[in-house]
Design a protein around this ligand. Sequence first.
Ligand code: FMN
Length: 663
Amino acid sequence: MEWYSDSEDSGSFEGLGGGEGAEVTQGEAPQDAGLYQGLPSFFSVEDESSRLKMERMMSDSPCGLIVCDALDPDQPIIYVNRIFEIVTGYTAEEILGRNCRFLQYRGAYATRRHPLVNPSLVTQMRQSVDGGKEFQGEVLNFRKDGTPLVNKLFMIPVHGDGDTVTHFIGIQSFTEALLELGPLPSPPWKEPVRWRQRPIQENDHFSYLVSPSGPGQAPRGESFIMLLSDEVLAQKIFCSVAPRDLASLAMVCRRFHRLSENEDLWRAVCRKEWGPETANVLDQMARRQQLRWGRIAREITTLEAAAWRKFTVKGAVEPSRCNFSACATGNKLVLFGGEGANMQPMNDTFVLDLGVESPEWKHVQVSCAPPGRWGHTLSCLNGSWLVVFGGCGSNGLLNDVFVLNLDDDKPTWREVATSDPVGAHRPHPRSWHSSCTLEGTKLVVSGGCSDSGRLLSDTFLLDLTMKPPTWREIPVSWAPPSRLGHSLSAYEGQKLLMFGGLATSGPLRLRSSDAFTIDLSDEEPKWRYVTGSTLPGGATPGGTPPPPRLDHVAVSLPGERVIIFGGSIAGLNSASQVFLLDPTEEKPTWRRLDLPGQHPKFAWGHSTCVMGGTRAVVLGGQTGEEWILNELHELSLLSANVPPLDAVSAQQPDPKGKRVVAD
Ligand SMILES: Cc1cc2nc3c(=O)[nH]c(=O)nc-3n(C[C@H](O)[C@H](O)[C@H](O)COP(=O)(O)O)c2cc1C
């Protein structure tokens, strides 16, 4: 189930212009012009006349807006706007995943269509949906509290590639229905005992042991299992689900909804799903910004608040260079090496602390710097270690490994002495390879370009928890075609997603948009071709695949998704277009994200730093050639990633309803 909403607490739609003269005049109707949002930003309607009709309707008066998934047999709601929530009284969490027909049921607990709802109109709606056609009509609907509403409904199909209807958009213009229907019948079950609204306590799980018949005694006629508090059972179940499933459970009924309003529960669920490292970063943010975890979970899952912004920082990286590598540890960006004037390999280290008021590039005095290089990789391990591997030095290609702990009193680069001093198990020297870290302790290196100019297709793992650290080649019966400038992203513990690069294709080298996965925890790891178009008999690309590219950015998001942008792309394709893939899906499908804000013109993998899984900072990004490292672009997934920088002077609304930070 997709999970989209822009409900009140998303915070990213505040204070926008437009939308006067609301037709909906009920008590808490939207006086706030900012609630008029138009189409959700991730969505675009290709048919111009339908789009214009919808935009006109939306701008005449604020309307409810719903998007349904037409590829699912029951057309579940995947997006709902705030106006719909306010007018109907149903929150996004309660209705996402359901068919819209619940609006024909009187109140939240009714189990069938109200007899006054015109059945022939319902048949027309069904036929329109089944035939993938537009529908326009007035249908009797009900608020959650049972008040009748006349709903002027406009339903429109959206076509994906070819003739397939992939989505339906519904625009609802609600007015009061002058019907006297009497009081709403009470729910068909007994009112529940009052639910405690407090965080789960350790000993809640044992509360069944305290019975009126004395500790450990079941009251007469009841077994222990019946004494288990519903709350404890439900909490136990809730704790074991994924954030998006918790959102679904919360909309099952009022009791579940109340039960899910528990910060500790959300934190636990997110921590389990996204891992402690990301959860700790988010925890700090939640405390600092007084954010609710439910909201954080929603924003990260739906990416509804994702936006670009541009900012400037002080200091300088001098002498100027290109082909350096950068990565983030905590709030700090670290830059190492690069290619200076006359192809001079550099070996200096710079740090930019984005956690301070006025960030400034600083040259760090470190002892024992590795030999200068470019085309290397810099990765973060264990939260604060930086690991350099390979690249091109003054005497050719390298395959050495150096580690720096920035938290040390006297930061020192240390060469990693591996278990095979003669280098028998090390990767060959290389540059323009790809690397990533697994479980915070292992470095994976794949492909790249060898001394002879040959492209490589091997994968190596360096386990830094071993004493001494050990390199091992991952034995595979088949490997994706050799390549350089591709990306490697880790997900679900030991799984890797490889995407793009400049790949060997017969006698040629072509930009690739192929994606492959491998699970290194398997006894015999196997590369699988997930999506792409270049391999014979391979999978057809699902959704909207990114154009083929190399040297792009890959960001692993919480929730096992990967986003791709930037790199070197042929033709007029924009490097700032962002694409999302969930490699854990049975048939992974690419989705293009239409993100607001000021995006970079260029973004390269070796100069983009990912911070805490919720921000990607692009260094440079103005021109493809000159590296102006004082101008940074940031792709932030959370609306609460409030600009930490005083360089940011003003905030302007943008037409899509997202917050944009001006230069
Ligand atoms: C995008 C979309 C929006 C819809 N909005 C409404 C609505 O606001 N009110 C309503 O009564 N039905 C709405 N419907 C129609 C119902 O979902 C459903 O198609 C209709 O009740 C006929 O199907 P059924 O006989 O299976 O209930 C909408 C359908 C779609 C696809």
